[in-house]
Structures are given as structure tokens and as C-alpha cells.
Design a protein around this ligand. Sequence first.
Ligand SMILES: [Ca+2]
Length: 404
Amino acid sequence: MAGLRSIAHVFVVCTFAVVGLLSVAANGHAEMSAIQIASGLSFPVYVASPRGDPRLFIVERAGKIKILEGGVKPTPFLDISPLPMPGERGLLGLAFAPNYAVSGFFYIYYTNATGDSVVARYHVSAANPDVADPASRTVVLTVPYTGYDNHKGGTVAFGPDGFLYLGLGDGGSEDDPFDNGQSDSTLWGKMLRLNVSGALPATPVVRAKGLRNPYRFSFDRETGDLWIADVGQDTLEEVDHQLASDSTFHNYGWRIMEGTNCFIADPPPAPACNSPALTLPVTEYDHSAGKCAIIGGALYRGIIAGENGLYFYGDLCTAQVWTYDPATGQTVERTAELKTALSGATLQGIVAIAEDGAGELYIVDGSGGQVFRIYPQACGLGFELAPIVPPLLWLRGRRMRKRE
Ligand SMILES: [Ca+2]
């Protein structure tokens, strides 16, 4: 009996630890694991949820958005398939309006049949909250096809200012042949701000330049800081960080620089390599051992106290995962905790790390057709807390809803 009591005691202590009442961790981090929450998907690329909403919306690249609630619902929320998917094209991004519960508006980013990049707004069906109204489609922005099928960006997200942001890559090929990243006469290679509360289509405002392919970026739901994972070319993958309080126009350097390396010099008046006019990444990694492309990324704001405020990102080719701590500047590899789910399923390739309505993070595996959820694990004791986490999240969501 004493043994059982002591196991129960450890369980209770660890449970409270991961929900934030104690701190855990020999390595400075609460322990976590991954759980496969969906499989058999057709190249998922992203997940999102309206804030406080318990449903998870899974974006499939061919043009479907599916709802996970218990299981994956048979009827898609939205279906604009089949989109052509050469290179890096397809349905890539989804953002819910901050006031989605009232307005019913959401926004998608995709490349259409002719290759143009499109942001469109839809409205949820008046009759069924699990289905969008396809007739509500309104175009927010169209950026014409560059003739290349890569470096389209891929994320749309609302900033703390209420504007919708779209990150566009340099429009493709390699070496940025049109120097789009530095050019002030194109939207490619830029971070764009869109006012979607006025007349549509919106007029984009360029908020940053010098991006190669900000395929995944996010705003920290707690601080409003912007985190960009900008995909490199030959050598370096980088993370860029802009504080919410910083309204400066940033030039993130491409193609003058790739990460902290000099790349292709532009004639003056363009800044030189290492000029203070160029904003360097806060962290970067190289292409050793098969690494190929950075996949952002979000700040963890979920239930595991020890992970709070860490930026999670991964690599497309190796399915490695790291956390970057903005408080210390330290990067820690977390692959061992996350690459193999408790069910035994293994991540094949990471195409997004993104959050749900409560700030929990998910790893989206495109080629593996699966989605992993990052879960707390009980103090390394070999059992995990999955059975008790849903009620805890439900209670937490209830507290959040009461506060709003
Ligand atoms: Ca850069």
C-alpha cells in the first residue's frame, strides 16, 4: 500500500509540476513527449484554431481544411481542391480573425491554378459551425506568378495590431535572380501588412524586406513579438525576431547575406554585407548532417510550465526540433523527446510547428501525413499524462473563456 501511495504521490506531484505549480527538470526544461493525434492525412501543411476554440483545423496542401475534434470529421471545413502542387505550391496558410467567434471570418493563403499567390477571406456557414460557406469567398490580395514554383512564403497571421500579415519569399529559383528581396518595386521577399477591416482587396503595406522564404512565421500570443523562420539557400537557416514594441522597418538581409554569411553583393546604395542597416538573425544553423530548410515555429504558451516562452522550430529534411530561449539566447535540441511519438509513430519531415486555440503546439508532418501534439510527460517515469491532460486543458480553456 505504501508503494501505491508513493506512486500516487509522485503522479500527483508531477501532474502539478507540468501544469505550472512546481518547476521540473534536470536539463532546465520540463519533460515533454509527442502524441500522434491524426494520421492518414493527405500532405498536411499547417494547423490553426480560433483562440479558445477546442477544435483543431488541419490544412491539407491540395486544398482542404479538416476539423479534428475527437477524430477527423468526414466533411471538410473548406474544400478548394485540387490545387496544382508543383514545387512549393498549394494551400499553405490559414488564419482565423481574432474575433472569429463573433465575425466568423477566416483567411487562407494559397497558390491558384495559374500560379498566382492569393489571400482570400471566407465566412463560416450560418447553419453549421463545422463548415465554411464557399460562396463567401472574397479576395484580399493577388500577387502574380513569378514563373517559379518555389519561395512562395506560406503563412498568414494576425499581428497584435489587428492587421493580417503575409510573408512572401523571393519568388523563386535560386540566388534570387531578380534581387526581389532587396527591390522596393516588388512584393516578393517582403513581410506585408494587410488591413482586412476596410474595403477588399486590401492595399499591402511593406513592413520588412530582405527575406528569402519566410515560409513559417508567427506572433507570440502573449507578447505580440514576431518570429520569422527564414529558409536559407546553401549554408544557413535562420530565425529572425522582432519585438512587438519595435516598429522599425527591418531589412533582413537576403540576398546580400544568407544568415550571418555574405552572399551576393549589391551595388550601392544597397547596404554592404554586415552593414548595420541589415538585421541579423537571433540564431541560425547550418546544413551539416542533412539539414536543409528551417521550419518555424511558435512560442510555446501551453500547459507545460518549463517550456513557456521557448521558440520551437524544426528542419524539413531531418525532422530535428530545437527550442530557442530568447531570455538566454540558448538553443537546445529536443528531437529525442519529440521525434517518436508515444504510439511509436515517427516524424518523417516537418512542415509546420503551430499552435491551437489554447497555445499548445503541434508538429505537422507533410510527407508522413500525420500531426503530433507536444504533450507533458510525467517526470521521466515512463508513463505519460495523456489521460489527464484533456480535462486539464478543458478546465484551463474554461478559465480563459471566463476571463474574456
Ligand atoms: Ca537574413
